[in-house]
Design a protein around this ligand. Sequence first.
Ligand SMILES: *Cc1c(COP(=O)(O)O)cnc(C)c1O
Length: 365
Amino acid sequence: MPTYRGSTVVFDRQADVSDDWRQTESGYSYGLYGTPTVLELGARIAEIEGARHSFVVPGGQAAISLIYLAFCTSGTHALVPVTAYGPNRELAVGLLKRLGISVEAYDPLIGAGIANLIRENTTLIWVESPGSVTMEIQDVPAIVCAAHGRKVPVALDNTYAAGVLFDAFAHGVDVSMQALTKYVGGHSDLLLGTVSVAGAGAYEAIGSVYKQLGMAVSPDDCSLALRGLQTLGIRLERVEKTALEVARWLAKHPNIKTVLHPALQSCPGHEYWHRDFTGSSSIFSIVFDERFTAGQVIAFVDRLKLFKIGFSWGGVTSLALVYPNLQRPGRHYGGRLVRLNVGLEESSDLIFDLTQALNTMDTPV
Ligand SMILES: *Cc1c(COP(=O)(O)O)cnc(C)c1O
């Protein structure tokens, strides 16, 4: 696919002039709604996810904002799991609160019990499965069933699954977003997101706000994401295998209290992963034994050589990060939780690196 750059589109005749964001139907009309390169990326994500349409947006967080602004307005109520991606919750208590939109956090393992939290003015329910950092898998079908019983749409943050390992629309979700920044990009060198919709109502709701917000993306970045798609399958296969080898090895290490990896039984909600997912990906967390202090855990991360310290996962490089101030009601990790992202390195090299950092935990840096 060539990289089509461009703002203006020249029309043959005045009668052909259009300013419609529905470019896949009405034809290419303006760069802001996507050039042919951007539209091609959206079409391929839609094909992978089984969506009617995928809007390409500047990043995962932009996708989250777009979904809120399409479904919520002053005086409405939304529900979001406490384990949602941090900036989702920041938006909820920041800008959205200022706009008069109330967003309530709920226990990710609530399942059908979500019915008790739905109010007359609830217009959006978020799910994110597994949850960020603490990896709880949600009973998405049960939540969808309760939500649809009250005619409330459900939006899913499907970044963990790359839109591949969990079929959002087959499980009844109305809107599915992902940060292409992670697995689709795959090389930590671009920021993009998608918002995918199955129904006509969500298509119109998202599309009109997408236009109003002017969420343009760079065709060059989309070209990189299209290239990323060519190796997405093989990268996902590889990181799944390596992450499982590393996670299973860590689960047996005496310094580790528990491993929060969706494919392991020790992960809360593992049974839903087993029922609903076709695989696991590169990211999981470890919780250190209580005999270690938060300082020793930080020293462990600082001692890692192959694992780099960084946020945005899904690239070729393995990453580690401590979450010292994790807010999880009723659960206290005491700075002993470390999130790992597994890249394309050899699992034996990663285990070698972990071994040297684990075995020196009792000695000061
Ligand atoms: C990274 C991430 C996002 C945000 O993506 P950006 O492209 O960095 O804005 C949203 N949700 C989840 C679960 C993520 O991991």
